[in-house]
Write a protein that binds this ligand. Structure first.
Ligand SMILES: C[S@@+](CC[C@H](N)C(=O)[O-])C[C@H]1O[C@@H](n2cnc3c(N)ncnc32)[C@H](O)[C@@H]1O
Length: 178
């Protein structure tokens, strides 16, 4: 599936809020950045003293001391269980079929350490996404995706650099035991 979604190659302020809430006093953690693109989130996280595994089907991000950039289809790669303190997805999983993502979320859950977190920004119904092809996430979809996690999700409306308005669900979850 080809992905042509708007990205301004910056870190969304909602992710900064998430990072500040849970990680501002920490470093030396390991993150997975799903669909990392040019790497704005990976660079931000690495800049805070963490390691990042950045996976994108188009490899646009060079490796560095703290970033391992991997060119791969995220659905075809695997990691040993409990590899990551946190897994993030900024607008990659939103283009795939719900059933595929629901199943994949349990794989992600296995990759996350006990007590680790999952952050995602996913497209929701709005003018931009009426024009740009994406699956439009609903509240019911998120409930199906986050089985085995606890946390919060809410709609966030933002202006894009294109002048359009987009709605996204911001998903902030912690892995439950069991
Ligand atoms: C909208 S861009 C977001 C990029 C980055 N997260 C950001 O916010 O700047 C979506 C990214 O997902 C990547 N992608 C699409 N399908 C993928 C797949 N199956 N596996 C890994 N990456 C994929 C695309 O190459 C693209 O870089």
């Amino acid at each position: 599936m080809s992905v042509e979604l708007y990205t301004d190659n910056t870190v969304c302020c909602k992710f900064v809020d998430f990072y500040e809430e849970f990680y501002s006093d920490k470093s030396g953690l390991t993150f997975l950045d799903i669909g990392s693109g040019k790497g704005p989130f990976s660079k931000y996280i690495a800049g805070k003293g963490n390691k990042v595994v950045a996976v994108d089907i188009n490899n646009e991000l060079p490796c560095s001391k703290k970033i391992m950039s991997i060119r791969a289809d995220i659905f075809k790669i695997d990691f040993v269980p409990n590899s990551f303190d946190c897994v993030i997805d900024n607008c990659c999983l939103q283009v795939f079929d719900l059933d595929q993502v629901v199943k994949f979320m349990q794989k992600i859950r296995g990759w996350i350490k006990p007590g680790g977190r999952f952050y995602a920004k996913m497209a929701a119904k709005s003018p931009y996404y009426a024009r740009v092809k994406s699956r439009l996430t609903t509240e019911d979809d998120i409930k199906k995706m986050v089985k085995g996690f606890d946390g919060q999700y809410s709609i966030w409306t933002s202006p894009l650099g294109t002048g359009e308005v987009a709605n996204h669900y911001i998903v902030s979850m912690v892995k439950c035991e069991g």
